[in-house]
Design a protein around this ligand. Structure first.
Ligand SMILES: Nc1ncnc2c1ncn2[C@@H]1O[C@H](COP(=O)(O)OP(=O)(O)O)[C@@H](O)[C@H]1O
Ligand SMILES: [Mg+2]
Length: 274
């Protein structure tokens, strides 16, 4: 079947395309000849140790970091042009618990790039805020001061803020870091629900692939270069991950879920990727 552009709907469409991208911060290469393409609708996770360029990669997609070399195309155009098609949840910043805003005001902040700064929101903006709050199952907290929420609830609100601009791509930078296991699981299943329900493309940077791999179309292992890029079954194997981490990594199934356990000599074995 052909759409109005004459494209077959069954053909995969690359909406994020990085070709031979280099980002250099003296004296390190944050990204060293990285080529990645992401298709419309995919749910992709980017994993790798600290300092491996994961946040830099998201910033390149957002057009906030301009590579010294290489080509970046988002929807076939320059990242800056595509910026308002992308929702972004930054890596956890220091959060001020006294931030004087209620939940729905925080979500509205995600509309200002559309409304224009210093202009008043319209009815449609209020409706979109409520829709975004519903999609993260937090509409009952709309009048709550943001500082009163738990870490997991707050992440939901920040995801709503990223969704309220009606993006086609959602970038999530370590959304589950610092949350307890139960909260991590519920946030991951919420993200998976958003992916399925909205048909949105998701690129999620994470340290912790547990509970997540079942939902993923693809996993990219980044350590300043792309070392692996493939379906979860191919990437998440004990042999491959042990080789990459230079430490024994065990991959096993529990309750139908793929779990990754990394043994490091300084601590007890733990259920996460270091
Ligand atoms: N603004 C910056 N200035 C200097 N160095 C940076 C900057 N941002 C990142 N880096 C360096 O680039 C490398 C990759 O960082 P980052 O993308 O944050 O990695 P990750 O998110 O995988 O932990 C690190 O060595 C980091 O110290
Ligand atoms: Mg990071």
């Amino acid at each position: 079947m052909l759409d109005f552009m004459g494209n077959s709907k069954n053909i995969k469409r690359n909406i994020v395309e990085l070709k031979n991208v280099y980002v250099y911060y003296k004296p390190v290469f944050a990204l060293d000849n990285v080529s990645i393409s992401i298709n419309k609708g995919e749910f992709v996770s980017v994993i790798g140790p600290n300092g491996s360029g994961k946040s830099t990669l998201l910033n390149v997609i957002l057009g906030r970091v301009i590579p010294q070399k290489g080509e970046v195309k988002i929807f076939g155009r320059k990242p800056a042009v595509a910026r308002n098609k992308i929702g972004y949840l930054p890596q956890k910043e220091t959060f001020d618990p006294y931030m004087p805003f209620v939940v729905k005001e925080v979500v509205m902040m995600g509309r200002y790039s559309h409304i224009g700064l210093f202009k008043k929101p319209h009815n449609i903006d209020y409706k979109l805020v409520m829709d975004a709050l519903k999609s993260v199952e937090m509409e009952h907290k709309q009048y709550e001061p943001i500082g009163h929420l738990s870490g997991g609830e707050r992440q939901r609100i920040f995801i709503a803020r990223a969704l309220v601009g009606n993006p086609e791509i959602l970038l999530l930078d370590e959304p589950t870091t610092g949350l307890d296991v139960k909260t991590q699981r519920s946030l991951i299943s919420l993200i998976a629900k958003i992916h399925k329900g909205m048909g949105i493309t998701i690129i999620m940077v994470t340290h912790n692939i547990n509970f997540l791999s079942q939902y993923l179309d693809r996993v990219i292992y980044l350590k300043n270069k792309v070392y692996l890029d493939g379906v979860p079954e191919d990437i998440l194997t004990s042999d491959k991950l042990s080789e990459l981490y230079g430490a024994p990594v065990e991959v096993f199934e529990k309750d139908g879920q793929v779990c990754v356990m990394v043994e490091d000599s300084h601590s007890h074995p733990h259920l996460r990727i270091p």
